[in-house]
Design a protein around this ligand. Sequence first.
Ligand code: SAH
Length: 253
Amino acid sequence: MKPQWLWLYVCLAGLVLVQCTPTEPLPIPTAAPETAPPTAPTEDPYLARRQAMVKYQIEGRGVSDPAVLAAMVAVPRHEFVLPEYLDQAYADHPLPIGYGQTISQPYIVALMTELLDLQPGEKVLEIGTGSGYQAAILAQITDQVYTIEIIPELATRARKTFDRLGYTTITTKQADGYWGWEEFAPFDAIIVTAAPDHVPQPLVNQLADRGRMVIPIGPPGGYQSLWVLERQGEEILRTNWGGVRFVPLTRSE
Ligand code: SAH
């Protein structure tokens, strides 16, 4: 190469360099905005799906309690489903969790939670831990959550999920939930996520005054009615919220 060509190359390279060098310093990244909820992971690839689930499946069907909607956005439902159903974690239907049981449809979880009218600091009992998803939703609203599961393998798995995700305020036990949990009664709210064919009297007895119970009642294998019971002194008020489908409440021998 002739020296004059080399000179031209050097000049051109210099020109490009000048053009490409930023004249202003790059902005320094600042800390995440303080409004970000502490439970929301910074990089959650499922967040958009979860927000869409809440908007279309839940708000779209009339659930409006802000605490319930916030809980449904906050809890990572995909952590509660079996690995083979990961891609359906936010779909509009229940999913198998093994042992013939299911994690409920997101809308049903939201509806039952709204009907429970749970307030921060209240004590709530769940019958039918299953995957643990419903209990995690409750734990977003109050720090006193008790949940009972009859199938030992599911009870153990749910406990491990709670520990892994840091749900330290959920107290678990493996037992027949028909009998409630006398030790911690009375409860301000009781939610039953498996269907008996009648209201278990021990659960009614463990309901605090002004306490609410949300429970599907009906024949096993068919459709049931979703009932809200509210204790007012010695009286129990009952409201029927229509047809639902749940796995049966089974009994220990
Ligand atoms: N709330 C659960 C739904 C689980 S399906 C979730 O969010 O995933 C209902 C669960 O109730 C099943 O796991 C079933 O094993 C359990 N179950 C049925 N009969 C029960 C009983 N008598 N006591 C406690 N749990 C019971």
